[in-house]
Design a protein around this ligand. Sequence first.
Ligand code: PYC
Length: 337
Amino acid sequence: MRHTFFCIDGHTAGNPVRLVAGGAPLLRGASMSERRQDFMARFDWIRTGLCFEPRGHDMMSGGFLYPPTREDTDAGILFIETSGCLPMCGHGTIGMVTFALEHGLVQPREPGRLLLEVPAGLISVSYREEAGRVVSVTIRNVPSYVAATGISIDVPGLGPLTVDVAYGGNFYAIVEPQGAYPGAYTGLDAMGAERLLSLSPLVRALVREKLTPVHPLDPTISGVSHVLWADPWIDGDDIAHGRNAVFYGDKAIDRSPCGTGTSARLAHLWSQGRLPVGKPFHHESYIHSRFIGTVAEETEIGGQKAIVPLIEGSAVATGFNTIWIDRDDLFWRGFQV
Ligand code: PYC
């Protein structure tokens, strides 16, 4: 039996986005969070088939558009990735919104603005078009907050490390430069991609042994899934600047600055009084592509101090891709080595 998926492929700041424009399964659920649970229970083979080899690769990421579950929203998004079915994905949203608008797959009720349902909650998106192309997308993301600070771990091959955990749509272990011992983490270039990829699963596992953060409003969102390695931070007069490498799945470093990671980092810096409301934070990825993050306002979530992050970036479609998943193919579910 052959399943056909009509996709628009592209990238946001270098990280892949596969918008599945045709072939999405019908899902049960009264919210995108419930639909996510249904997808994971019955259709995870679509995620693994489309994201893992031989149809995808370690960084593959994307999602589906769904009809809204409420009258006041424009659409719902379900995210798929090698790491799982994320509650929220920033680079994925920027890409999917760009491709959907450029190909008439969503009809905004208000020009220049979309209100979207994602499993993590409601987000609004504003965008700018030039000559039929979407040139900039700004996400007003879900409330983001610091979930834990000062977690001490001892990482084989590295040494002692203290990390904080923050939520920006997913839970991030945030590692800042630290330590006065030889080989300590001093920044991204000194560490290099190969070591980041080998140490990150250890860091994530050790942090998971210490705590399982749970979202205060949706217990289906829990656990540290990503590791954000931060470079030394530069606080300029008008803008702040930083660079990160976000690790996800088993072998991926985000090529984009990571929308939910940037949101978590904004909450982290704001909580320490290092980034005020309204000051732009230029956040670069490992490959030096850029998002601009801003703390739009302070808020609270489940009694916890939080922020509303804005994330601005852009995406480029690279082509149409009709993909078959054929049950007679030994690798119909995809594979990882
Ligand atoms: O942009 O939020 C993001 C993201 C999550 C995982 C990879 N990118």
